[in-house]
Ligand binder design. Structure first.
Ligand SMILES: *Cc1c(COP(=O)(O)O)cnc(C)c1O
Length: 477
């Protein structure tokens, strides 16, 4: 029986999680989704209340891993992914703590990992799972990652020194902050290859696509959020956030506001709700790149030129993970999803009404949305500080802006904190007049230097050459 389906081709199915993890993306360019969602019933949720994050993770993520990895090994992998060494501030196993900044308004911290960004939450376990499966199979995999900053560093932190993996990261020569550059560059060496290119993120995505169509490079692996394990690894923190916000009173409604770029994080919230977590509204907060806000409000999905903002990890022109939700809206019909996505690719715009859906189909499914600007972020950072003394980063500030407008005093509202403010000192200084306190582990990062990069020309041939001579040739030794 098929356990995983492609969103675009009824004939492309995989029977287990391990294959989905390693293959990354279906050959038809769709995305893998589980054929059926497992259910978290009332008793199970009550049983998870008060348990450690690892216990919640093992239960929820384990429902997707199935028999691909034994339960004992899964627990060991999760222990390595969320170890005190990687999450030094997680107290008593609470890896994603919530705090109340105003009555019934909470912030859930997803950024206690090694790169101070929520991407660690999914990248760390995905790194463990992938290494384990590759070692079992006696295989070696080269991962090629395109990044505008945060994803690449989180991926490197998860895969560095994994013996069966080489990781090659393409990042822009210009545009990353000195902190980001140094944090990434100082991790080069061994199985980590940092390549900087004179171009932008969308150029790198094109390079990746070109390599994928060349048989010599078709076997490269992917760990961007199109990999199902990235989404599956994010579902548990909604369970953890829900149980904390309700103090274990399972059944109470809770709203979540999620700073949204590629739609990976909030999609995990959708799956948590479909599995049975009593989440009421899922609110997408975008920055000036408001593709998702407009989609939710109008039913029109329209590509837009990226605007550079002060919450840069959400500067996107399309929301890659939304395809998984579209597949759900079309009741799991891959033919319809393919038509919809292909029209989008060709024309840059699709309307629900042209595909038999109501223009408010997402609102009816419990999604809401809003947009925040630079000024809103500055105000949200100020407000949060004066309400609670807590300093937030600009992405979290996008969520707080929208949550403040949408909150209902009767229902707990949880905002996802997707990065620590230490990474974005500029806007914090602008808002508060001082820079956030740095923990010892982040001190002097800029001085570590950003010389760990190999510079290449901005084209697929240069990257292919590098892979052939500097990665594949050495891996075969
Ligand atoms: C990646 C990122 C986001 C956006 O998450 P998506 O899953 O792409 O919606 C938000 N905030 C920060 C800090 C990020 O790094």
């Amino acid at each position: 029986m098929a356990e995983y389906l492609s969103t675009r081709d009824p004939n492309e199915q995989l029977s287990n999680f391990a294959d989905v993890l390693i293959q990354g993306q279906p050959f038809d360019k769709g995305l893998f989704v589980p054929a059926e969602l497992p259910i978290l019933d009332y008793q199970t949720l009550v049983g998870l209340a008060g348990q450690s994050y690892q216990a919640i993770f093992n239960k929820v993520h384990g429902m997707y891993v199935g028999d691909s990895i034994s339960k004992t090994v899964q627990a060991e992998l999760a222990a390595a992914a969320f170890s005190p060494d990687k999450f030094p501030q997680a107290e008593e196993g609470v890896v994603t703590p919530i705090r109340e900044i105003a009555p019934n308004l909470f912030i859930q911290n997803l950024s206690l990992g090694p790169t101070a960004a929520f991407k660690d939450m999914a990248m760390q376990p995905t790194g463990q799972d992938m290494q384990y499966i590759l070692a079992q199979r006696g295989e070696r995999l080269t991962l090629l990652v395109a990044t505008s900053g945060d994803t690449g560093t989180a991926a490197i932190a998860a895969f560095k020194d994994q013996p069966n993996v080489d990781i090659v990261v393409l990042s822009p020569e210009e545009g990353m902050s000195p902190y980001q550059k140094a944090d990434m560059g100082s991790r080069s060496g061994g199985n980590v290859h940092n390549i900087s290119l004179p171009g932008k993120f969308s150029d790198f995505q094109d390079i990746l696509k070109e390599l994928k169509t060349d048989p010599e490079f078709a076997g490269l692996g992917a760990v961007n959020s199109i990999n199902w394990d990235r989404v599956a690894s994010q579902i548990p923190y909604y369970v953890a956030g829900y149980l904390q916000a309700t103090e274990g009173k399972v059944g109470k409604p809770v709203d979540f506001t999620v700073p949204t770029g590629n739609f990976g994080n909030i999609l995990a919230g959708y799956f948590a709700r479909e599995m049975g977590v009593p989440i009421r509204r899922l609110i997408a907060a975008t920055n000036e790149n408001d593709v998702v806000d407009r989609l939710i409000q109008t039913g029109r999905y329209q590509k837009a030129k990226t605007i550079t903002t002060t919450s840069p990890s959400m500067d996107i022109e399309v929301a890659s993970n939304y395809e998984r939700l579209a597949f759900e809206l079309f009741d799991g019909d891959p033919v319809m999803t393919r038509r919809y996505m292909e029209q989008f690719k060709q024309t840059g715009v699709v309307e629900f009404s042209d595909f038999g859906l109501a223009s408010n189909a997402l609102l009816k499914r419990g999604f809401e949305s809003g947009t925040s600007t630079h000024l809103d972020r500055v105000n949200a950072i100020r407000n949060t500080y004066s309400l609670s003394g807590s300093v937030i980063d600009p992405h979290t500030a996008d969520a707080v802006t929208v949550a403040m407008l949408m909150r209902d005093p009767e229902v707990p509202m949880v905002c996802m904190e997707t990065a620590l403010p230490v990474k974005f000192e500029g806007i914090v200084k602008e808002a508060l007049g001082f820079v956030p306190v740095r923990q010892a582990r982040f001190e002097g990062i800029e001085e570590r230097g950003a010389d760990g990069f190999v510079r290449l020309a901005n084209n697929a041939e240069a990257v292919k050459d590098y892979l052939r001579h500097q990665v594949f040739a050495k891996a075969n030794n």
